[in-house]
Design a protein around this ligand. Structure first.
Ligand SMILES: O=C[C@H](O)[C@H](O)COP(=O)(O)O
Ligand SMILES: C=C(OP(=O)(O)O)C(=O)O
Length: 362
């Protein structure tokens, strides 16, 4: 046994401070998902699943800010999005992107859960509470929610509210994240790796599709051995990479071939941002227009699109010496609100054109 004298020399040598973390159960108690909201989550997940399975010929659109840094602005955005989502509901299944966890290439702000005060103070308790409160508010407006799952323990705090999830480009090769995805209750998009490798994401879909056993925490916050069932709703997200986009018809066909060869459903979601836009938000409508043209030409393999969009276009630096502009991203550049409406209308039109090329679904 380690003596207290030894412990002092060997344990937590690089931990500066340990702060108690609230439990998922306590947060759920304080901010409950009531029955109507739970029904909305179940309906949202089912609707996403039907689009992915092509039992519903609409296009899944995951749209919203690159990251939430100001819950008030995100909620204003949600209110506006709700109106557009209703307008295009016959053709598009709109899910709001409500991202709280940012995987960084090196260092940078890691998102609202990690650092809600945006100053490096790392008040994760407040971050989780603020995130869950916003998720419930967005659900109350009638929008399904999409999140990236990055930290393996945060899902117990918020995943009950989420209809669609992503494993990001930087973690898609990680066994920890594949195991996590195998136990998550909603469909999960696996993004291609930052260097452009699609095979890695295809491997991730296969890995997450089967049961796993791994250490985690249960809803009470107690360490637990999780035995998962496997996630059959895994799908590929093409986000470009290695300095090249992969949203064009040839890349989509290549990705569908890889999925077929792996024995997986031939379906992809195209992310119009990240390496597909070269991180220039002005390119997102160009990507969306190309996707729209592929849909109108009858491409059924594209089941969804992701857009990074906020109230104002572009991005701003997180600069402690200056007040932030309301409604503008502090992570990746987003398309602004007006462009968002135009892009969604264009995509809805393309879905109608695709429908006209296809026999009616039974
Ligand atoms: O979506 C956001 C970013 O692309 C991601 O967090 C990586 O950002 P970074 O390369 O600026 O760290
Ligand atoms: C980090 C993100 O994307 P990717 O994993 O594709 O870089 C994101 O969507 O916020």
């Amino acid at each position: 046994m380690t003596t207290s004298q030894d412990a002092h020399r060997v344990i937590d040598q690089r931990i500066d401070r340990v702060v108690p973390l609230t439990t998922p159960a306590l947060l759920h108690h304080d901010l409950p998902l009531d029955t109507p909201l739970a029904e909305a989550v179940v309906a949202g997940r089912r609707a996403v699943g039907r689009v992915l399975d092509r039992d519903d010929d609409r296009l899944l659109v995951v749209v919203g800010p690159c990251s939430v840094h100001d819950p008030a602005a995100a909620l204003e955005y949600a209110g506006r999005l709700r109106e557009v989502a209703d307008r295009v509901a016959d053709d598009l299944l709109v899910v709001m992107r409500v991202y709280f966890e940012k995987p960084r290439s090196t260092v940078g702000w890691k998102g609202l859960i990690n650092d809600p005060a945006l100053d490096g103070s790392g008040d994760v308790n407040t971050g989780l509470r603020t995130a869950r409160a916003l998720l419930l508010d967005v659900l109350r407006l009638g929008l399904p929610v999409g999140c990236e799952f990055l930290d393996p323990i945060t899902p117990q705090y918020i995943a009950d509210t989420v209809a669609w999830g992503a494993i990001g480009a930087r973690t898609v090769e990680s066994q920890v994240h594949r195991q996590l995805a195998s136990g998550l209750s909603m469909p999960i998009g696996m993004k291609n790796r930052p260097d452009g490798s699609i095979a890695t994401a295809v491997d991730a879909i296969r890995a997450a599709g089967v049961p796993h056993v791994f250490p985690g925490i249960d809803v009470s916050g107690t360490p637990a051995i999780m035995h998962t069932r496997g996630n059959a709703d895994g799908h590929l997200v093409l986000r470009g990479g290695g300095g090249r986009p992969n949203y064009d018809a040839e890349s989509v066909a290549g990705a569908l071939d890889l999925l077929r060869a792996a024995g997986l459903p031939e379906r992809v979601v195209v992310d119009a941002s990240h390496a597909n836009s070269g991180k220039d938000h002005r390119n997102q409508p160009v990507v969306a227009a190309d996707v729209a043209a592929q849909l109108a030409a009858g491409q059924r393999g594209i089941v969804g699109i992701m857009l990074e969009s906020f109230l104002l276009p572009g991005r701003q630096d997180l600069d402690p010496t200056r007040e932030l502009e309301y409604g503008r991203s502090i992570t990746d550049a987003c398309i602004g609100w007006d462009t968002t409406g135009e892009v969604l209308d264009h995509l809805a039109q393309a879905v109608r054109a695709r429908r006209a090329t296809l026999p009616t679904l039974a």
